[in-house]
Unconditional design. Structure first.
Lengths: 292, 873
């Protein structure tokens, strides 16, 4: 497939979608090493985009009472409590189980604001049968609420579990990267509200350079766990428009380690299906011919 | 220390993050591992209420190893000054200072004075009423008076004299060893040394270290001394008045700094002028009580500040002939603080109450007492954004459930006034850096919502109309008020009020340029002298918004900071005695000999043209008496005080006392708690027993409370908003895994916490973020819960503040809500009248009476001082 790329690196995402003259690709670089877990992003997002409050449930997942991204949470701050011996992999114990006044050693509390990745190859968009999901001139992926019919294909199409249908409404909901604000020359609400610049908004190319430099600086400081997530154009979704600097394995934050856009194998599948069809046809022909 | 900056002040915390990016090591010393600790290089958990022991250990470390910034200390602090021979330290008196009176539970501070200060001057603050009036807070920004501060003070610049402050300090803190810190605080010696090493290594000529605190320091019976301890460390290390140094007080609300500058406190007038007392028969006796005859500094000019304030209050009516209406000012006769007032409400001595943006039914200590007090008023005015618990207590408080308040019989008539929010009115915020920032009105207030300014202006106007023609003497102060602020469409203009706060030259109707222009002859009026200059040149300086990137690091054209737009207080100390920066890296202001003036990156906090080698003439006082190397220009002797010869009720040096309610006996002294704390011993304000009293084991755990980022204090502004309420939907209590096992608590299950005042239920969150500590030979468990919930709003729950009693610091009357003792049990709490029986059972088992906790004196062999119960005090 060359005309409509479904996989692999892509230089001009908006151009690929048919925009001749378009602004540079915009996205988020979320540097979780400076996230203070204030959740201002969650609130600013909901306020600006009119996203309703969810249930008033205490989840007991550290300070996280949002739980996961979904129809009513377009930003989600994860809180991960780690003991020294847990570093690297999540614990199955209760947080801090088994420690006492003497045994408590190094302790770490990771915070990370998650959001729609605005993939280069967006599974949600590629499977949307109505055209409700579209690629904007900024290279972002947005649902048009007046077109979405609530079929839900996109929900299973997203390798990150980001998009979700809203209960009682049925239409698919997710981060728009504040498309309306972008068109007005403003940065998205979450980035605007972030007090420590953990959420940085800008041109994706520039953000990737910045992120690479940041990782190098953290490594130099001895933060060897620092790594980028989603910044690699060779990954399973062609790199993401919203990517992250994590301090540990993606699984620790509840992120898939190796996400792959489900449409990656579509060409191969069609090819195989075509081959199979040809083979069936040939076999049938042989059978009929043999019957004479 | 004592601050959860990332959670409680996230916007300010961006600068800590920036400093960290630039290589500054960040240490967080706090009982809990919080979102602040998550970004610190090292988190040091310590037992709640032991900060002074920790800081005392740091002082001891500095002095024992001679790590102080010696040139700074000798030149700029009172380290070399000699004390009187009759001064006795806690080292001599088992935890007491000289001058303690067991009967009043108060000190006569006469023996704490400098040697050369004459006897007749000393101790004028020491009248028995001083403790009642919270006198040291009255000293405010100016520091207490020291008669003789301008005279030559006997000193030993070599710091060897046994009675010089340096040696007294050294002796006082000598027992605060690393081993002792470990025993008291539960901090290992190794970790403690790591903090000491980092602090001292990052101080000196080339480096400075900043100290940040919040209400984790202040809300203790030793709150003021905690800050003193921090200030001593910073002075010894030369971290005051220098870039990157300082002691930063992070304050709770958007303009809580403003609410002490132009105070909502009973004992202060604007600009930290004290409220007069009945002894002040005329203006001159009042002014003389603020300043000493022979002292240095800008408080000498207190007469110009006071007269200008009276002129602002009463305008043309205030003349030299009538003492500028000084007699119109009310006099305070004792403790009229918020907690005393609530007890007076319970006792039927108070009839009406205004609550403005405050929700004491949830936000103040001893919620039950607050609600019972409000239920015993004739009328109550509540102005708030939403219907808060303090407006609805009569129908839905826990006391309705227990039958103590019957809605149909509650006599209090509540008037609720909807308030305009900060985006619906204009005005200034004064933030924690003393900076005033003007904010515009973004939207019109809806319906009946009105600004505070509108409310009080029209309340005053209507009261005056109602009283017009009255011949009653007592109505004169109200009728004679200068009450003619500019009004547009019914709304008083905040900018005009700010101009009058700034001060006006009445002869030319011109805004004054600063407080040095204020006069004591009635030709100037100023609502708050420290704010003079905010409207200089008839320009609203607080509204300046030149971006920081277009200015130097100090951004002096962003907003306006008091005094005189100085961003770093006492910044003369950033230069050496000769006026040269201590180092190029840390240059802030310096003496420009060529032009004969102080220059630099910040506005110099010093007389512009006073050279560094200036020596005042013999006998000069006030500003003239300040030497060219006296950086602390508001202090009566021009020096930074390692030792406070006057001004504090509980001693000239910080001393570790156990909290009022503590599980352990004070390991340092026979004196258990602060011997001057105010205990309000009365049956409706019981205390849990603390050593040496028996039965402390009934309440074996340490309780501490604080805020979450997701909610705003008492919750009126957050529990009512779905987008905030969902982020922290329920009251929870954090316990360690070990305590959970010991008490059978399940993660996300229910627990109830019990004190002698209340029982509160909360969901359990088991976490390693609140570690048990080894203190002495035992394991001390601490539990924490946020205090945001109440009976109204979208998310509801018990109020953590109900657990606390009322016991306060003697200096500023702040309540001890950062530490108490409690019991923790699994499951939900009893309900209805059974709850009262349950609590009575606890009190019986712990042997609690009104006397419990009120024997504040415990020093000396077998000493038990008198009980300080309500009847006696």
């Amino acid at each position: 497939m060359t005309e409509h790329s479904l996989y692999g690196p892509l230089d001009d995402v908006a151009g690929e979608a048919g925009y001749d003259d378009h602004p540079p690709r915009m996205g988020f670089f979320t540097d979780t090493s400076v996230c203070i877990g204030c959740k201002a992003c969650e609130v600013a997002c909901k306020e600006w985009n009119g996203v309703p409050a969810d249930d008033f449930d205490l989840l007991g997942m550290s300070f996280d009472n949002t739980g996961h991204l979904g129809a009513n949470a377009w930003r989600h701050v994860a809180f991960v409590e780690q003991r020294a011996q847990d570093l690297g992999m999540p614990s199955f114990d209760r947080p801090g189980d088994g420690s006492g006044p003497e045994s408590r050693t190094d302790f770490r509390w990771l915070m990370s604001s998650d959001v729609c990745k605005h993939c280069t190859h967006a599974g949600c968009l590629d499977v949307c049968p109505t055209g409700a999901l579209f690629r904007t001139e900024f290279g972002t992926v947005v649902v048009q609420q007046d077109i979405c019919n609530g079929c839900g294909y996109c929900v299973s199409g997203c390798p990150y579990g980001v998009i979700e249908r809203r209960e009682g409404d049925g239409r698919a909901q997710k981060c728009t990267l504040c498309y309306d604000r972008l068109r007005a020359g403003e940065e998205p609400a979450c980035a605007k509200a972030c007090p420590t610049d953990s959420i940085q908004f800008g041109e994706v190319d520039e953000l990737r350079d910045r992120a690479a430099a940041r990782v190098a600086a953290l490594h130099e400081r001895g933060e060897v766990g620092a790594r980028l997530y989603g910044a690699d154009p060779d990954d399973g979704v062609g790199g993401t428009g919203a990517f992250f600097l994590l301090m540990d394995e993606p699984e620790v934050y509840g992120l898939p380690p190796d996400p792959v856009v489900p449409t990656r194998d579509l060409p191969a599948m069609w090819k195989r299906a075509g081959l199979a069809a040809v083979a069936f046809a040939a076999a049938a022909a042989v059978a009929f011919a043999g019957g004479r | 220390m004592g601050s959860n900056m990332a959670e409680a002040h996230p916007v300010g915390f961006q600068w800590v993050m920036e400093a960290k990016e630039r290589g500054a090591p960040v240490f967080h010393i706090d009982p809990r591992f919080t979102r602040t600790s998550a970004h610190a290089d090292l988190h040091v958990p310590l037992r709640a209420g032991t900060d002074i022991a920790f800081l005392g250990g740091v002082v001891n470390h500095i002095l024992s190893n001679e790590l102080d910034f010696r040139e700074y200390v000798v030149a700029y602090t009172n380290a070399s000054f000699l004390l009187r021979e009759d001064y006795r330290d806690t080292e001599d008196l088992d935890g007491l200072f000289s001058g303690y009176d067991p009967e009043t539970g108060a000190y006569d501070p006469a023996s704490w004075q400098y040697e050369s200060v004459e006897e007749k001057h000393a101790g004028r603050d020491a009248d028995s009423a001083a403790k009642e009036q919270s006198s040291s807070y009255q000293h405010g920004s100016g520091g207490p008076r020291v008669e003789g501060g301008s005279d030559r003070i006997a000193a030993d610049p070599t710091l060897r004299h046994p009675r010089c402050v340096y040696q007294v300090l050294k002796r006082h803190f000598s027992r605060y060893t690393p081993e002792m810190v470990a025993r008291v605080c539960g901090v290992s010696e190794e970790v403690f040394r790591a903090v000491c090493d980092a602090w001292t290594a990052n101080s000196g000529r080339e480096h400075t270290a900043a100290l940040v605190y919040s209400v984790g320091w202040t809300q203790h019976t030793t709150g003021s001394q905690c800050i003193r301890a921090g200030a001593i460390v910073q002075l010894l290390l030369g971290n005051i008045g220098r870039p990157g140094g300082g002691v930063f007080a992070l304050r709770g609300h958007a303009s809580i700094q403003g609410s002490t500058d132009i105070p909502t406190l009973f004992n202060l007038l604007p600009g930290y002028l004290p409220m007069p007392t009945p002894e002040h028969t005329d203006l001159s006796s009042y002014v003389d009580s603020i300043r000493a005859d022979h002292q240095k500094g800008f408080w000498r000019a207190a007469d110009t500040y006071a007269v200008s304030l009276l002129k602002e209050f009463w305008g043309d009516r205030a003349t030299a002939d009538n003492d500028y209406c000084f007699d119109y000012l009310p006099r305070i006769t004792g403790d009229h603080g918020t907690y005393r007032t609530v007890m007076d409400m319970v006792d039927g001595k108070v009839f009406g109450y205004f609550l403005l943006g405050q929700n004491p039914a949830v936000g103040s200590a001893h919620g039950r007492l607050q609600r019972l007090g409000m239920a015993n008023l004739d009328w109550l005015v509540v102005r708030d954004l939403t219907m808060i618990e303090s407006a609805t207590f009569w129908r839905d408080s826990p006391e309705v459930e227990t039958g103590e308040i019957a809605p149909e019989r509650c006599r209090t008539e509540v008037f609720f006034f909807p308030a305009a929010s900060h985006v619906e009115k204009e005005g200034t915020f004064t933030q924690t850096q003393r900076m005033l920032q003007w904010r515009e009105k973004a939207v019109e207030p809806r319906d009946d919502q009105r600004s505070e300014l509108w409310f009080f202006y029209h309340l005053g106007r209507r009261l005056r109309e109602r009283l017009a023609g009255s011949t009653d003497e007592r109505d004169r102060p109200l009728l004679d008020l200068w009450w003619d602020y500019a009004v547009v469409d019914d709304e008083p203009q905040a900018a005009d009020v700010l101009r009058r706060v700034n001060g006006v030259d009445l002869t030319a109707d011109r805004a004054v340029g600063g407080y040095t222009e204020l006069k004591a002859d009635g030709t100037t009026a100023a609502g708050c002298w420290i704010y003079s200059g905010v409207y200089a040149d008839e320009v609203n300086q607080a509204a300046r918004r030149k971006p920081g990137r277009e200015q130097n690091l100090y951004a002096t054209e962003w907003g306006w900071a008091w005094p005189m737009n100085r961003r770093v207080l006492y910044n003369r100390a950033s230069a050496d005695p000769e006026g040269r920066p201590w180092s190029e890296r840390k240059a802030l202001v310096w003496w420009d000999a060529e032009h004969g003036r102080w220059v630099g990156h910040d506005v110099p906090d010093f007389e512009r043209d006073k050279p560094p080698d200036y020596v005042p003439e013999e006998g000069s006082v006030g500003v003239e008496a300040l030497r060219g190397d006296d950086p602390f220009i508001m202090q009566a002797d021009g020096k930074g005080w390692l030792f406070a010869p006057s001004g504090l009720q509980d001693g000239p040096l910080p001393t570790h006392y156990e909290p009022h309610e503590s599980p352990v006996r004070n390991p340092l002294y026979g004196q258990q708690g602060n011997p001057t704390r105010k205990v309000y011993g009365r049956p409706d304000n019981p205390s849990n027993p603390a050593p040496p009293e028996p039965h402390g084991e009934v309440f074996p755990f340490v309780l501490t409370t604080s805020r979450l980022t997701e909610h705003h204090t008492a919750g009126g502004m957050s529990r009512t908003l779905p987008h905030l309420a969902e982020l922290q939907p329920e009251l929870f209590v954090e316990v360690s895994p070990r305590l959970a096992r010991e008490r059978g608590l399940e993660h996300l299950g229910w627990a109830h916490l019990v004190t002698s005042r209340a029982v509160v239920e909360a969901r359990v969150v088991v976490t390693d973020r609140i570690p048990p500590l080894r203190v002495e030979d035992r394991v001390v468990h601490q539990v924490w819960l946020p205090y945001h919930w109440g009976t109204t709003g979208l998310v509801r729950g018990d109020s953590a503040n109900d657990l606390f009693g009322v016991v306060v610091d003697p200096n500023v009357f702040i309540q001890e809500t950062k530490v108490a003792t409690c019991d923790v049990r699994p499951g939900r709490r009893p309900r209805g009248p059974a709850l009262l029986d349950f609590l009575a059972g606890y009190r019986r088992r712990a042997g609690i009476t009104a006397d419990t906790g009120t024997h504040v004196l415990t020093a000396g062999p077998g000493a038990e001082g008198p009980a300080h119960t309500e009847e006696e005090s």
